[in-house]
Design a binder for this molecule. Structure first.
Ligand code: NAD
Length: 326
């Protein structure tokens, strides 16, 4: 083991940052330790061993300190529960304390001191700063932060200013504020994982809602920018972009008069359960995939949008007519 450390020290002296390195026997033991240390030193590592599966493993959640916003229900609650099942400590954040306390109690009953509920309006910089400092005081440095809280409000050009502002504050600015307080510590540690929930609407569009389309594009753009800017310095970033998921937000789009056929998200494709989305998220975090697409067809739509934009726009106008009649 000491020989291994000496090897690392010697090679680190040659400056690993930006080097392309190959480590054989990297599925475990000394090989894995070397590969991880080289990576931390800024090297690109090619891992080689007999079997593929153990080499593909990225971040394991067991023992990690995680924060999930929008965790009182829907996708956020499913993410927090799934991370906890993987062995992570979870800090649950949302607007109101009471529903978070119920979830935290359930998780702490399963494993003592493994969950904490922190309430606040995350559409403010102060609440994001407080969430991060509270989580770190309770459990130590945050390994993974999932900015998932969001609103689906707003429609067309008549949308009120305060609705636009709220959409920007929670769907975009909250991500920016969280990153502002997380990234300096992560750069100092040489690692950290930022995940955000945008939407398929952040790659395509949201028929019927300008604020949702615009803010979700901005959320995805911000996640991409983080990955580009800090990806070589140990910070991993993923962006969840689902279509329909069976949550309160989706149900809020059902028009009581017209039934589910007036909900464009339901018309556009399959509606997944939050637990299914959480499973895809955990798989993608393991693989450290940037785009998390629980509906794989979204990748095809995005390709069509980029390569045949006029055709994609025509198709979207047809869908708009089908759902809204104008
Ligand atoms: P949801 O309504 O169950 O969850 C959203 C959560 O965010 C709620 O618990 C809400 O209280 C919280 N929240 C909103 N504003 C907040 C604020 N200012 N401060 C603190 N918490 C706040 O719906 P969901 O579908 O689970 O939504 C989670 C994320 O998934 C959202 O970002 C949403 O845009 C995105 N999304 C949802 C779908 C879908 O079909 N359900 C599809 C694509 C993306």
């Amino acid at each position: 083991m000491s020989q291994n450390r000496d090897t690392v020290r010697n090679i680190t002296g040659m400056e690993l940052g930006g080097k392309i390195t190959v480590v054989t026997g990297a599925a475990g033991g000394i090989g894995m330790a070397l590969a991880e240390r080289f990576h931390k030193g800024g090297a690109t590592v090619v891992l080689a061993d007999r079997d593929q599966a153990p080499l593909d493993v990225g971040m394991e959640l067991g023992g990690k300190i995680t924060v999930v916003t929008g965790a009182a229900g829907g996708i956020g609650m499913a993410l927090a529960e799934r991370f906890h099942k993987e062995g992570a400590t979870v800090v649950l954040a949302d607007r109101d304390q009471a529903p978070l306390d119920v979830i935290a109690l359930r998780l702490n009953t399963q494993r003592p001191n493994s969950a904490l509920a922190v309430a606040g309006d995350l559409g403010t910089e102060e609440a994001n700063a407080t969430l991060i400092s509270t989580a770190e005081k309770a459990f130590g440095p945050i390994d993974l932060f999932f900015a998932n809280a969001g609103v689906g409000s707003g429609t067309d050009l008549t949308t009120e200013e305060d609705v636009w502002n709220t959409a920007f504050d929670i769907n975009v600015n909250a991500h920016r504020w969280a990153a502002k307080y997380l990234v300096p510590g992560w750069l100092a540690r040489g690692e950290g994982y930022f995940c955000s929930t945008a939407s398929a609407a952040g790659l395509l569009s949201q028929i019927g809602s300008a604020p949702y389309s615009v803010t979700k594009h901005a959320a995805r753009a911000f996640a991409e920018w983080l990955s580009i800017t800090y990806g070589k310095r140990g910070i991993r970033v993923s962006c969840l972009c689902p279509q329909g998921v069976n949550t309160n937000m989706l149900k809020g789009g059902d028009n009581p008069a017209g039934g589910e056929t007036t909900n464009v998200v339901r018309v556009a494709g399959v509606v997944l359960e939050p637990a299914d989305v959480a499973q895809v998220v955990v798989d993608c975090i393991r693989a450290e995939t940037f785009l998390i697409l629980p509906h794989p067809e979204v990748a095809q739509y995005a390709t069509l949008k980029a390569s045949e934009n006029e055709r994609w726009l025509a198709g979207m106008r047809k869908l708009q007519m089908r759902v809204f009649g104008v």
